[in-house]
Design a protein around this ligand. Sequence first.
Ligand code: NDP
Length: 487
Amino acid sequence: MTETLTPVRPGKLLINGEAVDAASGRTYTTFNPATEEPICVVAEAGPEDVDRAVRAARAAFEGGPWPKLRPAERQKILFRLGDLILEHGDELARLETLDNGKPIFESRQIDVPMTANCFHYFAGWATKLAGETLPVSPAFLTYTLREPLGVVGAIVPWNFPMIMVGWKAAPALAAGNTVVLKPAEITPLTAIRIGELALEAGLPPGVFNVLPGKGTVAGEAIVRHPGVDKISFTGSTEVGKHIMKTAADTMKKLTLELGGKSPNIVFADADLEQAVKGATTGIFYGKGEVCAAGSRLLVESRVRDELVGRLVERAKKLQPADPMDPKTRLGALVSEAQMGKVLNAVDAGVREGAKLVAGGQRQPVDGRGYFVQATVLDQVENRMRVAQEEIFGPVLAVIGFDDVEDAVRKANDVLYGLAAGIWTRDVKRAHAVARRLQAGTVWVNAYNFYDAGMPFGGYKASGFGRDLGPECLRDYTQVKSVWVSIE
Ligand code: NDP
């Protein structure tokens, strides 16, 4: 490995402003997927810890300072947290790469700035969330108040452990809620560190609590806890459905951002060089462990051979390498289990009749790590499992289409509806197709762009509710109507 790291401190739970051990004393070890070596020991939250954290968050909401603070003060604290994330950017980027296996290039250039961007952007909203005065009757003064929900339980996955803290906690806190966040069990380190930085920024104790632990234990306990008002979840559709059922018992509000099988559609009139670049980053950025990955490349049949040829050339150049090396663009998959799932999906695709034209194998670096080659499967039919099921790895399925109708039909013929890409020089066609795609985000002549100011979320089985943008603040607030008799 090219860069050594100072030893990482053991991870603790953050409850009521204090770093503590689990009540049970349980711990687990988190591993570096690039070296298969242990990183550090982490406290493992159980139901008792969840209860303590929820009580602390409730107290901070009901009696404590957070929702009662002047919005301008909340704004200042959240903005300061954004600044602290940037100031500690190098440390956070290294932790993220160590825990998740993504290239340090991505952690530095994308994860750190995007997380800070969330706190800076939503800090500004703290002073701008307003109700309305509504003209109803001369006999009444009628207005609405936009109020926070209470305690938000945020349950996040391992693919963007740091960014997800920004996506969930920043808007929830800006709106005056308090938060209990459970990072993915296998990638807890950056969420724990941001919890510490939040205290340094001036967030009062109990406002933001971090509970590393198992989804089926700590996650489940958060979803069941009557003191939690809302769950904001990102992860698999399967767990999303389970959370929806469980949350019904306590009438929790939900935001669910789930899986995807997003079409990236290349028309024959596109700038093919740009389209090939977009197809490559669309699937190989983040090792393909990206909910919005452009995992189905739909290509107009007459340019398919040319496009696939260029794509294969690029895929072969993209070699897995040490994630800590700043030149690396393809890191290690997050875990052995995820690597197994991805390799099995490739085998299944080949058995179904797809043609493996690049990659398809595990490729250890220095003899270790869960690295998988940049993989392209050609001649995929849209009905195949490899075209319908989320793989969550660096595996692209190439599917041909004949015309616009065929492209739209195939793009929408899938359970999911998270994102889509369109590559064309025809402006009319771009807008017309964008309207017809069943997807929460559509990129035209671009792929994988995100900003705190743009809503993100799914259609169909990709979930409901939105992260980011002004839109998500609706999901972290509720409206009270006030009637004042004035006659
Ligand atoms: P999960 O949906 O299982 O995990 C997401 C989060 O939910 C984690 O924090 C997890 O905890 C937690 N969780 C798991 N079970 C429960 C439960 N019963 N109650 C409450 N919380 C729970 O995804 P995986 O990490 O297992 O990945 C499996 C597949 O899901 C991937 O291969 C991929 O296809 C898809 N996925 C999609 C993501 C997306 O962004 N849309 C993100 C991640 C995965 P813990 O980590 O402890 O299990």
